[in-house]
Design a protein around this ligand. Sequence first.
Ligand code: TRP
Length: 352
Amino acid sequence: MSDTSNEFLGQNRVFSGVQPTGNLHLGNYLGAIKNFVKLQDNHDCIYCVVDMHAITVWQDPKELRENIREVTAAYLAAGINPENHIVFNQSQVKEHAELAWIFNCVARMGWLNRMTQFKEKAGKNRENASCGLFAYPNLMAADILAYRATHVPVGNDQKQHLELTRDIAQKFNNDYAANILEAGHGNSTYFPITEPLISEGNDARIMSLRDGSKKMSKSDPSDLSRIVMTDDSDTISKKIRKAKTDPDSLPSEVAGLEDRPEARNLVGIYAAVKECSPQDVLNEFGGKEFSAFKPALADIVVEGIAPINNELRKLMDAPDHIDAILKQGSEKARKIASKTLSEVKEIMGFIG
Ligand code: TRP
């Protein structure tokens, strides 16, 4: 992109991560993973299973292990290629934790105090939130900057964290400008000012099938509220059939979806899977009843998602294979991250 500080890398390096916290769903796929797959065509991509972010809130060890494999299987089933790119889990590359500590000393309390995700996740009981939950954005900055990634595909909810990553990079570059030059890193910018990549698909906020005003969520008590990435064709169809709607037929213009959250969500899902605009969907279905639209939606989702889900379930039956891919990916990742860490430590005045 236009930012000159990224040019010294001479490449477009993409980094992104998904937390292994279970119930991976259609929103995760359409909002993130689907876009990760596309970026492989013209970027070097590093896709991480951010298991150390997951433990900022309690994780049952058995479930954590299963969930790490599930995110990995989702990456692979969706079409991420671990040979040409890198797929790994964060805890296998200790440099993430090491750089996060350094960034704990770069980032300011005031910056972290402004993070809306911490406020949401900690809720009223802040005294009882883990220190890791508060420092979460610093670990995320470390994930990205350990690879000096230039581009990060993220959803809207992560934009503020990415801003913080940019602030950390900037402050590090400023505080150590002279040392960066002295250590021979060309101009005085060591870390790139990473750009967010918000894909068109990311705008499609995938909402609960039971309540169009709430995001589709792994923690909703109702299984009918989400399509998960282990659902088979029948289950997908059933959940769409039971999805909440309103009594009217579909409008012919998107403006007519304004106050109809359920209708808007179902049209949005159709558009996201088919990669067209909501207006395109309404051009076809405007004036039709849900009884006509829902079967068409079920067909589209089954066609687009069921093969990925089937592959995911197959991969989950071969945990050794998944673990081997993570190990191999971690070795590739560590080569890059350890070089960054030794340069950073030299710049900062550490010995050895
Ligand atoms: N915080 C991100 C989320 O919850 C996950 C994440 C961790 C991430 N490290 C990252 C995303 C680095 C992009 C880049 O969705």
